[in-house]
Design a protein around this ligand. Structure first.
Ligand code: BG6
Length: 474
């Protein structure tokens, strides 16, 4: 019998919920990132947050220029949104818990009951509708206090703070969650340290790479401890997640191909190698040595990692990348910059659209780990137009989805064990890279712009009806 893929949608708390200081929530790292009008540099700038920028953001009492504080106002639209998800017929919904809603400062003794109750409601209604739940325990946002007082993930104490948070939510929803994910895109800690590991940038200085990898080591431990505890009490399975870039060499030059091996290993596979296999891969030894990177490990760390690997591997895939040792025209990708591929078209944000890259990635991930694979994010970020009659004719999104879904089905034919597909930003949310509302992914339009104008009403796009029919037929 052919195994059914679960067709789903995904959001994250900081991009969706808003209500940044309601229900007892504390300030988190994403609440401090300002919207910057789009320029060539905007994505890079917003990622490199300094203490000065954080301080300035704290002076702003309202939403101001900080779009994550409003998100898509999901906190106040949750019932309506779940009804839409139900109408769409999703098999699975991926969302994340806001850490600062449960532990506002991160280091409290007691959890914030009001925050837990908010998620009780979501989980209950999803379950009643028969929708499976894929829970991201931490999607980038960290309580700001943990960054300011302890230095974020650079500090080993974060493992205990995170573990306390993880235990609280596992104890509460142990029978309700189908798939648990300790960290969103854990490899972002390397190429986007503020988002990934809450590392604040010192003015005019590059990131200290030892701190970056030390922070990642702490996240590996936090993930392993969570799995160790969770396996004893929860029903669902545990995953890891990386951002995948599907690298191609620009030429057949051996040097380009060697660079590809290197970039793929370090940027893409390193974290999933640790979390899915249980040990640091061989290639990191040389990488650390040549860059004078030191990661402090306690004697018990090795065993903890080895004994607590994930059950499935998930990844985000939006576009493919090109590698060369030569100077070549560049374009943007998911939190990274890459060489332009002459064979591909790109989105308005420069992300190169490559459906076949999805099939390649599914094959590679499955081949590497031999564990079930999940597409935890994929989708098209574009400008959409809300017509006078409140329709949105996003034929380009339908085309994008059609082509990517065909490639997923091809990968299944190839023999890849695909668990689920979660379309990113199923309801329009604030973009994580460029902090803007106008980069839309959803099949549901949210009436708000980059300046926060609009009333946040929801409207079904043409892609809503297309995805609904697709799910019905599959
Ligand atoms: C992934 C993140 O990196 O890509 C999401 O997990 C993010 O949070 C998504 O939204 C798309 O990126 P962007 O920058 O277009 O929002």
């Amino acid at each position: 019998m052919v195994k059914k893929i679960l067709w789903g949608g995904a959001t994250s708390s900081s991009q969706y919920e808003g209500a940044y200081k309601e229900g007892g929530k504390g300030l988190d790292t994403q609440d401090c990132r300002p919207y910057l009008p789009r320029t060539e540099q905007a994505t890079t700038k917003t990622r490199l947050l300094s203490y000065e920028t954080i301080e300035k953001s704290k002076q702003c009492q309202g939403v101001g220029n900080y779009p994550f504080r409003m998100g898509s106002d999901g906190y106040h639209h949750i019932k309506e949104d779940i009804a839409l998800i139900k109408e769409l017929g999703l098999d699975i919904y991926r969302f994340s818990i806001s850490w600062a809603r449960i532990f506002p400062n991160g280091d409290e003794e007691e959890a914030n009951e009001e925050g837990l109750k908010f998620y009780d409601g979501i989980i209950k209604s999803l379950k009643e509708s028969g929708i499976k739940i894929f829970l991201t325990m931490n999607h980038y946002a960290v309580p700001l206090h943990l960054v300011e007082k302890y230095g974020g993930w650079t500090n080993r104490k974060m493992v205990d703070f995170y573990f306390k948070f993880a235990k609280t939510i596992m104890n509460r929803w142990k029978d309700d969650i189908d798939f648990w994910l300790p960290f969103n895109e854990i490899n972002a800690g390397y190429f986007s340290p503020y988002n990934g590991v809450g590392l604040v940038k010192e003015e005019n200085k590059p990131y200290d790479q030892s701190l970056v990898f030390q922070s990642l080591h702490h996240q590996f431990l936090a993930s392993a401890k969570t799995i160790e505890y969770g396996k004893k009490i929860v029903k669902g399975q545990f995953g890891c997640m990386i951002s995948c870039f599907c690298y191609y060499p620009l030429t057949a030059k051996p040097e380009d191909n060697m660079k590809l091996v290197h970039d793929e290993n370090v940027n893409q596979w390193f974290c999933s190698d640790v979390l899915a296999r249980g040990y640091y891969p061989y290639y990191m030894k040389r990488f650390f040595k040549e860059r004078n990177i030191h990661v402090h490990m306690e004697p018990e760390d090795e065993e903890l990692l080895l004994n607590n690997t994930c059950d499935f591997v998930s990844f985000s895939y939006y576009s493919s990348s090109v590698v060369t040792i030569e100077e070549a025209p560049q374009t943007a990708g998911n939190l990274v910059v890459t060489t332009k591929n002459p064979y591909l078209k790109a989105t308005d944000w420069g992300w190169q659209i490559d459906p076949i890259g999805m099939r390649i990635t599914l094959n590679k991930v499955y081949d590497r780990y031999q564990k079930p694979v999940m597409v935890s994010e994929n989708g098209l970020g574009t400008h959409d137009v809300l017509e006078k009659d409140f329709t949105v004719h996003d034929t380009y999104r339908i085309e994008y989805l059609k082509q990517h879904f065909n490639q997923i089905l091809e990968a299944v034919e190839d023999g890849v064990d695909v668990l689920a597909y979660c379309m990113w930003g199923i309801i329009d949310i604030v973009s994580a890279g460029s902090c803007e509302m106008e980069k839309r992914y959803g099949v549901v339009y949210v009436d708000a712009d980059n300046e926060g104008n609009g009333d946040y009403s929801r409207y079904k796009k043409d892609s809503f009806y297309w995805y609904k029919t697709f799910i019905e037929n599959h």
